[in-house]
Design a protein around this ligand. Structure first.
Ligand SMILES: Nc1ncnc2c1ncn2[C@@H]1O[C@H](COP(=O)(O)OP(=O)(O)O)[C@@H](O)[C@H]1O
Ligand SMILES: [Mg+2]
Length: 473
């Protein structure tokens, strides 16, 4: 039998913990959430801003945890195998570091203003054609997400893919030093979290922190089309990065887009990856996903993985829930397409989402509807940035806009009367007007920051369509 993720002894040594329990079970996963604990897991009790995991240790054992990692200062009245440490988050980091240390996998880190999760999922698919892949769950990219992902890194995985995120300068440094990637991708730099940064260049600088953890001889993968490319390149050189691979449609890009043919559901791509001509299909629509795929293939090249097989695997790529996932419904006179972009929004991903909406075939979907909620954390240029969406709305041939939130008012006011569907202060207030308007032949894209609560509108629309007797297709 192959070795477990962690033997009890290994976990004890890695965390400098002491054995306060009775037994030494094999630990087959590491979890910080008692609701998703699997049998055989090591439950790590983390003290968060709102909740303290120590309150859930008993639940974790009920759910099948084999052991728990707890703070030494909690009462010893817990039935079960315990490892006690001074600081459980620090111990999780130590476990992550130990997993990285013992691994001989090729390790890829993904950061960027947008496209981290999508690129990470595309890497999971593409690398899967060359070996076993361990990749971050969801968007586990912060001070607990990264060490947790590492702590679950099996000793015999061939590849590791880690999403690394940040809201503030300095956050990426400890994360990348933990991940120690061989390959670091910066998908793109754009105005996101502007509240915490004075300029976009400062955002670029914070992304460039990823280089500080790059292994000697490692590779940086940079977006050649991004206005901050030269700056990032300089940051990489200053950090001693030995190899830089660029991707994009720029004629100097190493992973270069040659042709892109969208068909509404997917994109057919022609590209040159490190001198090799290659044709492939990205299984979900949107030029932004094609650009991400070039970074993916560049990373495959840098990791010694099979590029052709990886590219082929991208044909089965699907957008994730809330990030462009598509649902089609058959109703009485035709179809309705629902594009769920409710997970987040910023100017860059708004542009991408509007552009994809603009690619939906008119023959099938005669009306394009954008349902837009506020992009949050946009700082003092927020109203301007919202108002400026009028141009991409126009360029995408969007027929009707439903808008909600105080900031999206700026867009609504900038639209010609003919494009105005309805406006409301919040997403709930938009529901009735939207449900009244929807009809066969509509392609409806719903997008906003998570805090703008556009997800409930997606749900309401889905329910409404089902009540009309619509069948998901
Ligand atoms: N390269 C890109 N440029 C612009 N938008 C993108 C790009 N990649 C993904 N997106 C869009 O941005 C949103 C967030 O994507 P995601 O992959 O979850 O990014 P992150 O993990 O960085 O938040 C989605 O709506 C997605 O369609
Ligand atoms: Mg993410």
């Amino acid at each position: 039998m192959s070795k477990p993720l962690w033997t009890f002894k290994e976990a004890l040594v890695a965390t400098d913990g002491y054995d306060a329990g009775n037994g030494d079970p094999d630990l087959t996963s590491v979890s910080i959430d008692s609701r998703t604990v699997e049998t055989g897991a090591l439950f790590v009790a983390i003290r968060g801003d709102n909740l303290d995991g120590h309150a859930y240790v008993a639940k974790a054992f009920e759910a099948g945890a084999a052991a728990a990692l707890v703070s030494e200062d909690i009462e010893p009245k817990i039935d079960g195998v315990l490892i006690r440490v001074p600081d459980t988050l620090e111990a999780l980091n130590q476990l992550g570091a130990a997993a990285r240390e013992r691994s001989s996998a090729r390790v890829i880190a993904v950061t960027g203003s947008v496209g981290k999760t999508g690129t990470k999922e595309a890497l999971r698919l593409a690398l899967g054609a060359s070996g076993t892949v361990h990749a971050s769950e969801k968007s586990y990219n912060n001070h607990w997400g990264v060490p947790l992902t590492l702590a679950n890194f099996a000793r015999d995985n061939d590849f590791g893919v880690f999403e690394v995120g940040m809201n503030h300068p300095g956050e990426i440094i400890p994360l990348t030093k933990l991940v120690r990637p061989h390959v670091a991708i910066i998908t793109t730099v754009a105005s996101v979290h502007l509240e915490f940064f004075a300029t976009e260049e400062q955002i670029a600088k914070a992304k460039a922190e990823i280089f500080s953890g790059l292994e000697p001889g490692g590779t940086a993968i940079l977006n050649r089309d991004n206005p901050h490319f030269e700056f990032l390149k300089k940051c990489a050189s200053d950090s001693g990065v030995e190899h830089i691979i660029t991707f994009g449609s720029h004629h100097e890009a190493d992973a270069k887009l040659e042709s892109l043919t969208p068909d509404g559901n997917a994109s057919d791509v022609g590209a040159i990856i490190a001198g090799e001509k290659i044709s492939y299909r990205v299984g979900a629509p949107g030029r932004h996903l094609v650009m991400n795929s070039l970074a993916v293939l560049a990373a495959l090249h840098a990791s010694g993985a099979d590029i052709q097989a990886g590219a082929k695997a991208l044909g089965t790529y699907h957008a994730q829930a809330g990030r462009g996932a598509r649902l089609q419904f058959e109703i009485e006179d035709g179809r309705v397409l629902l594009i769920d972009e409710s997970y987040n929004a910023n100017p860059a991903s708004m542009l991408a989402a509007l552009e994809s909406l603009g690619e939906t075939p008119r023959a099938q979907f005669t009306r394009r509807i954008a349902v837009l909620g506020d992009m949050l954390e946009m700082g003092n240029t927020s109203f301007q940035l919202h108002g400026e969406l009028a141009q991409p709305v126009d360029a995408a041939g969007v027929d009707v806009v439903f808008a909600c939130g105080p900031h999206m008012r700026a867009l609504y006011d900038a639209l010609p009367e003919s494009r105005r569907g309805a406006y409301a202060g919040n997403s709930k207030g938009l529901e009735d007007a939207l449900l009244d308007a929807v009809q066969a032949g509509d392609a409806i894209m719903i997008k906003g920051s998570l805090g703008s609560a556009m997800g409930p509108l997606v749900e309401a629309l889905r329910k409404h369509l089902q009540q009309l007797g619509a069948q998901p297709v």
